[in-house]
Structure formats: C-alpha cells, structure tokens
Design a protein around this ligand. Structure first.
Ligand code: C5P
Length: 225
C-alpha cells in the first residue's frame, strides 16, 4: 500500500537527551537514547515530508532523509528549533532536561584537601514544546508532545496536552520494569482532543510508522472529520 503523502510539508522533530554542563568536562544528562525520535524522523521522511531533526547527543546514525541539527543543551535545542521554523508538524520526543546548572564554570571544578564540595544551583530550562504549541501565526498545524510517566499515566498526560498547547500527546510508561526508556520497544497511548487510544507494545520503529501514518491522514485532504 502506498504511503499517504506528506510532500510539501515540513516536519520538525526533537530527539534525544540534552546535556547540561557543570564545567568543561562534566554534565547533567538522562537515559534517553533518541531512538523513538530518530525513528519518527525517518518515518515522516518516508512519507515525503521535509524533516528537520534537532537532536541532543545520541549514538545513532542520521535517519535517512532527515536534515540533522546536533545540539547539546536545552537552550541550543530551542534555538535550533526556532531557526528551523516555520514548520507544519512538530513532534517533540526529546527528553529535555528540566534544569540547567546556573553556576556552571569555564574551568574544571577542583577537589582538594580542605576544599568544600561544590554546590550546584539549578535553574529552569525553556519548555520547547510549550513554545511551539503556543498560539500564534508561526504555530505548526499539528504539534505532538510526549509524556513519559511512571504513574497515573493518562491523567498526567491529558493535563500535559492541555497545559503545553499540543494537539496530540503520546503517553508512555517509563517505569524501569517496562524497559521502554532506552529500550527497543514502546507501548503508548495516543491522546487527542477526541479521546485516547491504547496501542499494543511495538518496536519503536513500528510506533513511528504508525504515528507517521496518522499524521499523514491528518494532513490528507479527504480525512474524515
Ligand atoms: O514536562 P515534560 O518534560 O514531562 O513534557 C514532556 C514533553 O515536553 C515532551 O514532548 C518533551 O519533548 C517536551 N519538553 C520540551 N522542553 C522541555 C521539557 C519538555 O520540549 N524543556
């Protein structure tokens, strides 16, 4: 079966973790692999979309057909997203750090006899998804967020969809025993204004293909209301 066309559409995808420097050799990070976002970028490109993938540090090959912009910090990720606008579709899969180190240093922090342990001061990072979802002339027609939760998945995800102004939210259970964060499979609930849909556990590539298919249907002129 032919893939419905996203030709002429520009998709912006964020993926991976962010690294927030402590000093030139140390950083705060998280366990995101970037795998789900890279797979979504590839799947959207397979539908003919022009894809900009803004990626935090990830040990993955560039997805075929995507223009990859590599960044490290949340601030850099936001700037790269803004530079990529306008877009028709934004899919934010990145596990953006909630905080950066406000008192990071240009020189390596030194331990030493008698030296007190450093105290890190954290400051909030910009919310890239919320900025992309905010009303305005540049708002993408379809903004998709992810919600990784360890409990009360659907309740938190539904609230997040509204709070961040996204159209769809992909909720997933990242309790360690699910093996999802950093793993090869995902089990998601797709939540829209119309309700929620639980998908079976699938390879992240299969979740990506199914999501890209739904996005293509959203943009197809004959979509049912
Ligand atoms: O608030 P929380 O981090 O759970 O929200 C997750 C969603 O928001 C994901 O789609 C993630 O990519 C996005 N996000 C973002 N910028 C942030 C924090 C989260 O784009 N600073």
């Amino acid at each position: 079966e032919a893939l419905p066309s996203l030709v002429g559409r520009h998709a912006l995808v964020t993926a991976g973790p962010t690294f927030e420097p402590i000093d030139p050799v140390r950083y705060l990070a998280n366990r995101s692999s970037g795998r789900q976002g890279y797979a979504i970028a590839a799947a959207l490109a397979a539908h003919g979309a022009r894809v900009t993938l803004v990626s935090g540090p990830a040990d993955l090959p560039p997805p075929p057909g995507a223009d990859v912009r590599r960044v490290e910090t949340a601030a850099q990720m936001l700037a790269a997203c803004q530079a990529a606008l306008p877009c028709d579709i934004a899919v934010c899969t990145a596990a953006v750090a909630d905080w950066h180190v406000a008192n990071s240093t240009d020189r390596k922090m030194k331990k030493g006899p008698g030296a007190a342990a450093p105290v890190l001061t954290l400051a909030p990072n910009p919310d890239i998804l919320a900025q992309l979802g905010a009303p305005g002339p540049a708002r993408p027609a379809l903004v998709v967020g992810f919600a990784a939760e360890t409990h009360d998945l659907e309740r938190y995800a539904a609230a997040k969809r509204v709070a961040k102004g996204c159209d769809w939210i992909v909720a997933n259970d990242v309790r360690p025993e699910t093996g999802i964060m950093g793993g090869a499979e995902n089990e998601i609930v797709l939540m829209t204004a119309d309700g929620s849909e639980r998908w079976p556990r699938l390879a992240k590539e299969a979740v990506a293909r199914r999501l890209a298919q739904r996005i293509a249907e959203f943009f197809s002129p004959d979509r049912s209301p």
